[in-house]
Design a protein around this ligand. Sequence first.
Ligand SMILES: NC(=O)c1ccc[n+]([C@@H]2O[C@H](COP(=O)([O-])OP(=O)(O)OC[C@H]3O[C@@H](n4cnc5c(N)ncnc54)[C@H](O)[C@@H]3O)[C@@H](O)[C@H]2O)c1
Length: 328
Amino acid sequence: MTQNDFPILITGGAGYIGSVLVGQLLQDNYRVRVIDNLMHRQDSLKLFGDNKNLEIVDGDIRNETLVKQTLKGISAVVHLAAIVGDPACEKNKQLATAVNKDASRMLSALAKEQKIKRFLFASTCSNYGKMEAKDGYVDENSELKPVSHYARLKVDFEEFLFSQKSASFCPVILRFATAFGMSPRPRLDLTVNEFTAVLAMGEKLEIYGADFWRPYCHTQDIARACQLLLEADLSIVAAQAFNVGDTSQNFQKKTLIELILKEIPEAKDLIIFVTKEEDPRDYRVNFDKIRKTLGYLKTKTVSNGICEYIEAIKCGAITDIHAQRYRN
Ligand SMILES: NC(=O)c1ccc[n+]([C@@H]2O[C@H](COP(=O)([O-])OP(=O)(O)OC[C@H]3O[C@@H](n4cnc5c(N)ncnc54)[C@H](O)[C@@H]3O)[C@@H](O)[C@H]2O)c1
């Protein structure tokens, strides 16, 4: 158990991953400050009610004055706030650039100015884009080949952070695998959750890119990785990138479907494989670095996440799977 005198700032702390991280840190007696503009009208932090260790700033990271104030007395930053995902960033490129690039640079510059040493940035394995070798793996040393505005903005900010490294400012880049699993703000626009929810509801599911590889990681395990990086010796992790996930949890979409059908065999006839050129991302990721450097191990598999969403639908915790609040 860790008791911190100074709060940790989590930008985007009301989001899918953020609200899981907030819960985990509060449980371990951290003081937490969240800044989030609640753009999905989410009430995910209500769960933590009047926890005296949680402060919530309902505001926008593009607001420089507010960000300056919010950074006061902070011991470390976990920067999650963003326009998240390829579709959301394509839909509003200007907003995505303003938040994911400009506001992120401003936030990190202000953190540096205020001598906040530890700055964790939520980047993505999407940065690897499309793999060259069909049978290979990419790792932290592989070339980044972003194929979307979303990933290009992530790569841009990674590069900016690396350039800002100094003795008193130690950025750490976390390239998350695609998340799955429950959260106080469930998302049904992410592959594992979406496929499971659609099939559990008995609806038809169209799948394209059935052979494409992608790594997956449970929200709780992503949050654990963030906590591990908050607690790690800075001399080991400063100005480094870590893929966050587990090498065993890389799957092709067609394998995900097999895993879901193990739980819902009656959904077999609901699946339609189609050909579309829409999303060329295809990458299998090696996660040895975080395991070897920090002893990080996953606690949940994709199958665990599939069961969580089936259960949420069965017990009525999720009813309208097409509701906008579950999507970015
Ligand atoms: N979910 C994944 O599979 C995944 C994978 C790789 C990386 N990531 C990264 O992890 C982070 C969290 O993702 P998530 O899945 O929790 O997404 P999310 O959309 O649920 O969370 C993002 C949060 O940021 C907030 N936000 C957006 N713009 C803001 C602004 N201008 N000011 C203040 N708050 C703002 C939103 O209200 C939301 O709560 C993001 O940076 C994302 O790029 C996510």
